[in-house]
Design a protein around this ligand. Sequence first.
Ligand code: ADP
Ligand code: MG
Length: 318
Amino acid sequence: MRPLKNILFLLILIPFLISISACSKNPYYKRNEFALGTVIQITCSDQRAIDIAFNEIKRVENLLSKYVSDSEVSKLNTSGKLKVGPDLLYVLTKAKEFYITSNGAFDVTVGPLVDIWKKAIKNKVLPQEEDIKKAMQLVGFDKVVIDEKESTVAFLKEGMSIDLGAIGKGYAVDCAIKKVRDYGTKSCLIAIAGDIYCLGNKNGEPWQIGIQHPRNKKDLLDALNLENQAVSTSGDYQQMVIIGNKRYSHIIDPRTGFPSDSKVISATVLAPDCLSADALATTIFVLGKTKGMDLVKYYKNTKALIYTEDEVNAFDTF
Ligand code: ADP
Ligand code: MG
């Protein structure tokens, strides 16, 4: 009699457990908005937290985007010297650190070169060598003076300009995550294009992040399960132009003045914060696989998945 009783108990218990887990699943809300020149997707169990995150991202955009005419970055680019707030001071201090550790491969003073290549990508016409040479004289973080005490930033050459395209989105993700955490939310995913932070987990399961195949849009190169981690991917497939069978991407090698030619076509970095993941993913693109991996190893709790053209061609997709 006893075993039968146990079986009955189990039969009653199993549907009960199933219904408990079904009831305990939080509903999630997903919202997409456009800011920082791209689509932002936020998934969270609390609608108010989503509002808080979007507001914070827009605050950061209004400070750091060079496409917002009265942002601090635009004012600095116009005047060459500015007393800046804590956000820009912090981002530029970190940008300087990545400039040093990457031996100049990561350099937010690429502004003049970015403008030239952006035009080339849009018009599908290669720039004049002369223009590249001129622009290169205005590039180099060694020509930026940061006075942390006075909170001022100054360029040593007229015509210099900074472009935070490779670090600003990661910083905006970190700021939004901080706000959402302070509000008390334990589970949220914020994705500014390929710059993502996974806060907590989703109903007890890790967040699942797919890495897009850089050549076949519908395929995945990798799938990651993440909790409390940032991930950023830089690829040569979103903004680029093919001229004479050669692909020119939007990531510039500041040492040559030309788009990076390192053979890396997709670089994903996992890091404790999204600013670092964002900056490192771009840097790997310039440094190439071997030097890129060495740099990632230098940073604690940071990992990278780097694919070259040949590796991707030989890859079995998901
Ligand atoms: P995405 O903008 O597609 O997310 P990235 O994070 O890799 O890609 O950033 C690329 C952007 O960073 C470029 O559009 C440009 O604004 C800027 N940039 C390009 N080359 C460099 C570089 N070597 N160092 C720092 N910033 C760069
Ligand atoms: Mg980046």
